[in-house]
Design a protein around this ligand. Structure first.
Ligand code: F6R
Length: 642
């Protein structure tokens, strides 16, 4: 699936900002860190100061980690660096968990030899009446330092740079601005809930940014792909502040593959130059054209192909009718009601093998409800069709339970013991402690281990209830409690040896023929990606050790709660009837702790069952529009060859 293998020629006619693309954000972050180190060293050699403009947010974390590593292991010194950060929430205490002042101390400044007097981050604590003067001073300081040599930027989903929201003028300078609601929602993952996200921020202006001598903007993950495309290929408009960077003469975008995915050279590579017409590429081109022209695949004509930039394909592969049929069959063969393979028949083009039957399957579910949300219909079918289905709940999911919800359960536990005169001193003590803690708990304070355990238990009981609802016994529900997750905060640890060991142990015990994983390859820092990497690593090690069974174990990826596969990528689509959709909905409802209000919900305020249903019916509609049978809903999978 590597998108770098395409033959790229005419990208310049679409891309108005030079773009560098890396296979993943680690490599991209290392590249940016090297660029920063290079300029610091060049200035050192000239005995000059180096003025850096720095960003915060999730995007630059690995850049800073790499700079810290270079400082510790390669002697990179920051003694000649003067830094100016882009922005800060307002008002906010400088030492608050979410403050960018604190962020910079933790991620970079405390770990390198920068002179604290050379560090400038807008101050979220100053009095409102002094903000204007403060901002003028900030600009003056930048000028006094000789201007910014290298400005590092992230990009918001709405195209903001710094906190210059859409509509910000190209002439804007450092100032107090009001955050867009969409930004507050996007950043709410750092706060307990949306109401705690500040409404204002101090930000450098667009003109302040454009004055930098050189600019690097980084974008990671599929979520950023749409806005990156607009900024790089669209018109210059203040509605997409990052597009204003087209007017700078030394600005680069550094992207990972998923963030670059909407650029024309990947989305429609046939428009930007010659491309290799593999079956996958043909499917992508024809499916895109069919959806764009709102014509079923089998109705596309030679002139539709030519008008859509697919003349080359006709030259190479012949008449549109033949190509249409080829794509139609690919789409048709991806639809099956038998996710574990159809027993006793020989179907060479079926997405799954008929043999062995029944299969042992493991559904890896990063959180305790991803199994039912993302593949509830398939889960049910696998079980109904006689396969041995196991669910591996990878994390406890304990941070996503509200204090109100856990208090309700503590009440229940105390009441239960009283009702039956159970004299369990220890549990009474734990409950009393927990209640006391919760009453005084400040927002964003990390829960005690006991409370986290109870929150985890609540989610575990919900997952077990869902398994029973599908028809799976408790012995097939495996609660892995992977340690990387257990930080009690939104920020998780990277995968560790213990996580891999636990996963290897489970895989070796069950020896599955099929594993299903949340394939959120694009989710840059999230739990799903770490969970996936752990399974990849576990399977790789088992394979390397030469175990036989793993050669017959196929891996299917589903998407988590947030997105769906591109329609042309789907290799197995499982249709659902309206009744099956309802059955899945009720299965999701069992996760009561996740209904109505969930902490750290992110930017999508719909409930999980709504997201799941909309996504599954959209997939079915797209198949319908392409001219295939229209089902009520469909769950979609891509096979991963490891
Ligand atoms: C942060 C900043 C913002 C972020 C942008 C992306 O200093 O100025 O423009 O760069 O909101 O945020 P993340 O990286 O968290 O996706």
């Amino acid at each position: 699936m590597s998108i770098q293998s395409f033959n790229i020629d005419l990208t310049d006619s679409f891309e108005r900002i030079p773009v560098k693309i890396f296979s993943d954000l680690q490599k991209g972050s290392v590249h940016i860190a090297q660029e920063i180190a290079k300029i610091i060293r060049e200035k050192q050699a000239e005995k000059n100061r180096c003025v850096l403009g720095l960003a915060t947010g999730s995007s630059p974390k690995l850049v800073y980690a790499e700079l810290v590593r270079m400082h510790k292991e390669e002697g990179l010194s920051f003694k000649n660096v003067i830094s100016f950060n882009l922005d800060e929430y307002y008002p906010i205490d400088n030492d608050a968990l979410q403050s960018y002042n604190r962020y910079m101390q933790v991620q970079l400044f405390n770990q390198v030899d920068i002179d604290p007097a050379n560090v400038n981050v807008p101050d979220g604590e100053i009095e409102k009446e002094n903000v204007k003067q403060y901002c003028i001073e900030y600009e003056r300081k930048i000028e006094e330092a000789g201007g910014i040599d290298l400005q590092v930027l992230g990009i918001g989903y709405n195209g903001h740079i710094g906190f210059n929201e859409p509509g910000s003028s190209i002439h804007s300078r450092t100032r107090l601005i009001s955050l867009d609601n969409s930004t507050r929602i996007a950043n709410s993952y750092e706060f307990a809930n949306i109401s705690e996200v500040p409404r204002l921020a101090i930000t450098m202006g667009i003109s302040t940014i454009l004055k930098a001598k050189r600019i690097i903007l980084m974008g990671w993950g599929q979520g950023k792909a749409a806005v990156v495309q607009k900024a790089v290929e669209g018109h210059v408009t203040e509605q997409i502040p990052a597009s204003l960077l087209q007017q700078h003469n030394d600005c680069n975008f550094v992207l990972d593959e998923p963030a670059a995915g909407e650029l024309t050279r990947f989305k429609s590579p046939w428009l930007t130059g010659e491309c290799e017409w593999t079956p996958k590429m043909i499917k992508k081109a024809v499916v895109n054209t069919s959806l764009k022209l709102e014509k079923p695949v089998l109705s596309l004509t030679n002139s539709d192909y030519k008008d859509s930039g697919l003349g080359d394909l006709l030259v190479e592969k012949g008449d549109s009718y033949e190509i249409n049929l080829q794509v139609y069959y690919m789409l048709r063969d991806s639809i099956t009601g038998w996710p574990g393979g159809k027993p006793d028949v020989h179907l060479p083009n079926h997405p799954e093998r008929s043999e062995p039957y029944p299969k042992r399957c493991i559904i890896f579910s990063p959180h305790p409800d991803d199994d039912i949300i993302s593949m509830g219909g398939t889960f049910q079918r696998l079980h109904d069709q006689g396969h041995e289905v196991h669910v591996a709940y990878q994390t406890s999911g304990n941070i996503a339970v509200t204090d109100e919800f856990v208090t309700r359960f503590l009440d229940f536990a105390v009441g239960f013991e009283e009702m039956f005169s159970i004299d369990s001193k220890k549990s009474k003590e734990i409950l009393a402690e927990a209640r006391k803690y919760l009453e005084k708990k400040k927002s964003n304070q990390v829960d005690t281990p006991e409370i986290r355990a109870v929150k985890g238990l609540i989610r575990r009981c919900e997952a077990k209830a869902t398994c029973r609802y599908v028809g799976i016994g408790d012995e097939r529900a495996h609660f892995m409690n992977l340690p990387f997750y257990e930080t009690g905060t939104i920020e998780k640890n990277p995968m560790g040896e213990k996580d891999i060991e636990i996963t290897i142990e489970l895989l070796q015990r069950i020896k599955p023929h099929q594993v299903f994983c949340a394939g959120d390859l694009a989710d840059p820092h999230g739990t799903h990606k770490v969970c996936l990497d752990i399974v990849f690593e576990a399977l790789k090690r088992i394979k390397d050790s030469g175990e036989e069974w793993v050669k017959n174990c196929w891996m299917w990826l589903y998407k988590g709660a947030w997105q769906e596969w591109d329609i042309s990528e789907i290799e197995m689509a499982i249709p659902m009837s309206p009744d099956q959709v309802m059955k899945k909905r009720y299965g999701i409802f069992i996760h009561q702790s996740q209904k109505d209000m969930v902490p750290f919900q992110g930017s999508d305020t719909r409930e999980f069952w709504q997201r799941a249903e909309e996504r599954n019916s959209t997939t079915a509609d797209l198949y319908g529009k392409l001219g295939l049978t229209q089902f009520a809903a469909m769950e979609a999978f891509v096979r991963w060859h490891y």
